[in-house]
Design a protein around this ligand. Structure first.
Ligand SMILES: NC(=O)c1ccc[n+]([C@@H]2O[C@H](COP(=O)([O-])OP(=O)(O)OC[C@H]3O[C@@H](n4cnc5c(N)ncnc54)[C@H](OP(=O)(O)O)[C@@H]3O)[C@@H](O)[C@H]2O)c1
Length: 255
């Protein structure tokens, strides 16, 4: 292995097959990382983005795991370590939104499991991946962890109690973990996007999307590439003094 190969960063992007994760995969591959594109069900989408990247002479590989399942996450991380001997960058991006049936509006959900399922994927996924990856980062004395929160976790979104709770909890989790591991040369930060154009948001009813606009000072939805730029900055070594912070990219929703 050449010196350049040895220095190439290895990144794992959960939910890298679609939406924000896909743009992050593109950006990190362009930055020179070998990128593992995690997905749960849509292998076709994961393959498509990998083929695009390898076709451009960059490095990416698909890897499946349901992030809410700690056994699957451990198997995924073991496979990457067996192939690469390290994971330098972990982007905990996989997430699901609460729909009416999945514990959305607090007074509407009927089954407790539906409410907790969103928390299990969004918060449990971050926890499982950090737990599996951190020992390897500690061994190498290097790591960048970026956890995808949301403005819903900062100001709350009516009709989305479980989602808002999970995204707020990710912030608390990240701040606590940042304090624990920063002395080991591992930084943990959050990104909190606003209303970004992806499958997650475009499937919302037209009236909901229109109703959001007066709340967005910039008067448009965000682009996945705008979130990916921020993630790339946090995943790089340019601003190591950024520790345990929440970087909001929301067109002004929270100002
Ligand atoms: N879009 C927004 O406006 C917005 C705003 C704030 C925060 N966010 C956050 O940003 C992240 C990405 O959102 P997005 O809009 O890009 O979502 P998206 O377009 O719906 O894509 C979700 C991605 O997560 C994966 N995924 C879902 N559940 C998974 C699981 N249990 N295990 C592994 N992968 C799983 C999906 O893979 P499969 O297709 O294979 O299931 C897919 O790659 C989420 O955490 C979301 O909460 C989004």
């Amino acid at each position: 292995m050449s010196e350049q190969e040895r220095k190439r960063k290895v990144a794992l992007v959960t939910g890298g097959s679609r939406g924000i994760g896909k743009a992050v995969v593109r950006k990190l591959a362009g930055d020179g990382c070998t990128v593992y594109v995690n997905y749960r069900s849509r292998e076709d989408e994961a393959r498509k983005i990998c083929d695009e990247i390898t076709g451009a002479g960059q490095r990416a590989q698909i890897i499946s795991a349901d992030v809410s399942d700690s056994k699957q996450v451990k198997a995924m991380v073991d496979q990457i370590i067996a192939q690469e001997q390290k994971i330098d960058v972990l982007i905990n991006n996989a997430g699901i939104y609460s729909t009416a049936s999945k514990g959305g509006a607090f007074l509407n959900f009927t089954k407790e499991e539906d409410w907790w399922e969103v928390v299990k994927v969004n918060l449990g996924g971050v926890m499982n991946c950090c737990k599996a990856v951190l020992p390897h980062m500690i061994q190498k004395k290097y790591g960048k962890i970026i956890n995808m929160s949301s403005v819903s976790g900062i100001r709350g979104t009516a009709g989305n109690t479980s989602y808002s709770a999970s995204k707020a909890a990710i912030i608390g989790f990240s701040k606590a973990l940042a304090r624990e591991v920063v002395r080991l040369n591992i930084t943990v930060n959050c990104v909190a996007p606003g209303f970004i154009e992806t499958d997650m948001t475009t499937q919302l009813p037209e009236n909901v999307i229109k109703g959001m606009m007066p709340n967005i000072p910039i008067q448009r939805m965000g682009r996945i590439e705008e979130v990916a730029e921020l993630v790339s900055m946090l995943a790089g070594d340019r601003v190591d003094y950024l520790v345990g912070q929440v970087m909001v990219v929301d067109g002004g929703i929270t100002i």
